[in-house]
Design a protein around this ligand. Structure first.
Ligand SMILES: [Zn+2]
Length: 415
């Protein structure tokens, strides 16, 4: 086999002329392999955006290097001229090269490998393995996902979807749409207003909006208004995990209020039990540890109000476990219980549940809308946000979430 053919195969590049290869000292003293090459005549001086051949303008910044996949243990770079061309549509722009995406200092094979790793393992480990920074990995994922998204129509065939809003930085929100049938996140954008929801329906188009049968969301009525406007035939459901969370929040508020009152009355011991009882009250009963069970029993003995609140939260969980007609009965019982419980936090919850009852019925009646899937997207996004990766923008976060939960993962190069 000719040497140049072997190199092309190893590097997974085509339409190039190989010049030579050298070893040199890289950053940190380790040797690196540099392969010099150029695009062949037919791929020389093309605009990277429209792909058309364009006249030479100047040398730009001169020679440029692109990081390629490592050769065994050694970091490997491709090196070539990076002249600029004058495109009537796109202006003066660095000419395209067959081995890399526009505006990238990595080869296509490297980027696809990196994106695959980012989807398969914690991003910080992937970055370390690749010897790049986490910020560079974010940019790579952004480019790969943008390219894959351009090739696939992720909004085709949607029937049952969930719309969810997530706070990703203080006062900054994302809106994510999950397909309940596949569990995939199919759309996401920055923002939290009616226009963000409308942007989704615009991307979906009126014909496909007509095909929607169920749309689940949290209790935000401004979202419901847009759903009624753009997909009036769809049943609006409430995501159970949001509804149960309202009860959890009411319980937390009640616990904090009671602890403050106990402290004011000089009963510091009892106040401390309430503080340590936070997790016992929040967790599902089947997941409680022995200590948490004891704490809960203590609360039941000392603090009737708080224990009542706990039982009401658990009944709300039971509503969604029962579903259908039994769920409706449990819900009606819970609402009337909460209305007369004389705990302001739960009286407020009762009013919310009463107002949104028809939408909760939609959730209880439709066995197809899987709460787990919206919740999984929500949890996944929160994990990405909470790992303190420091996403540089909402776009970078959305690209990472699309890669890992949107089913837009590239193939491993060469396989
Ligand atoms: Zn162009």
């Amino acid at each position: 086999m000719r040497r140049s053919k072997l190199w092309k195969k190893l590097l997974d590049v085509e339409h190039v002329v190989l010049e030579d290869e050298v070893l040199e000292a890289g950053p940190g003293g380790a040797e690196i392999l540099v392969i010099r090459l150029r695009p062949d005549k037919r791929h020389w001086l093309r605009c990277p955006l429209c792909g058309c051949g364009r006249p030479y303008r100047d040398d730009g910044e001169g020679r440029r290097r692109w990081r390629a996949l490592d050769m065994a243990v050694m970091a490997c770079y491709l090196e070539a001229d990076a002249p600029r061309v004058a495109c009537p549509r796109h202006g003066v722009i660095v000419a395209a090269v067959p081995w890399a995406r526009h505006d990238s200092r990595y080869t296509c094979a490297f980027e696809e490998y990196a994106a695959w790793l980012a989807a398969a393992m914690p991003a910080k480990k992937a970055a370390r393995l690749l010897r790049i920074t986490w910020r560079s990995l974010q940019s790579i994922v952004g480019r790969v996902v943008a390219e894959l998204a351009g090739r696939t129509d992720r909004l085709a065939g949607l029937r049952r979807i969930g719309i969810d809003e997530i706070c990703w930085r203080q006062d900054e929100y994302l809106m994510a749409v999950t397909d309940h049938d596949t569990g995939r996140m199919v759309w996401a954008a920055e923002g939290r207003c009616q226009d963000t929801v409308r942007a989704f329906f615009t991307a979906l188009g009126p014909e496909r909006a007509k095909q929607l049968t169920h749309v689940s969301a949290d209790g935000a009525e401004w979202i419901h208004d847009v759903i009624r406007e753009r997909a009036p035939q769809a049943a609006i459901c409430l995501d159970p995990f949001h509804v149960v969370k309202w009860a959890g929040d009411a319980l937390d508020e009640l616990r904090r209020r009671l602890a403050t009152e106990l402290r004011a009355a000089g009963k510091d011991d009892q106040a401390a039990t309430l503080g340590s009882g936070m997790w016992a009250l929040r967790k599902k009963p089947e997941k409680l540890t022995g200590t948490q069970r004891t704490t809960l029993a203590q609360i039941a003995a000392d603090n009737k109000h708080l224990y009542k609140g706990y039982l009401m939260k658990e009944q709300l969980r039971a509503v969604f476990a029962a579903r259908g007609a039994p769920g409706r009965v449990l819900l009606a019982g819970l609402i009337s219980w909460a209305q007369r419980c004389r705990i302001p936090e739960f009286e407020k919850l009762a009013r919310t549940l009463k107002r949104l009852r028809p939408l909760i019925w939609n959730t209880l009646d439709d066995y197809g809308v899987s709460n787990a899937r919206s919740e999984a997207t929500n949890t996944h996004l929160r994990k990405l946000i909470n790992r303190a990766y420091g996403f540089r923008s909402a776009g970078a976060l959305i690209a990472m979430a699309t890669l890992t939960r949107g089913g837009l993962c590239p193939e491993l190069p060469g396989r």
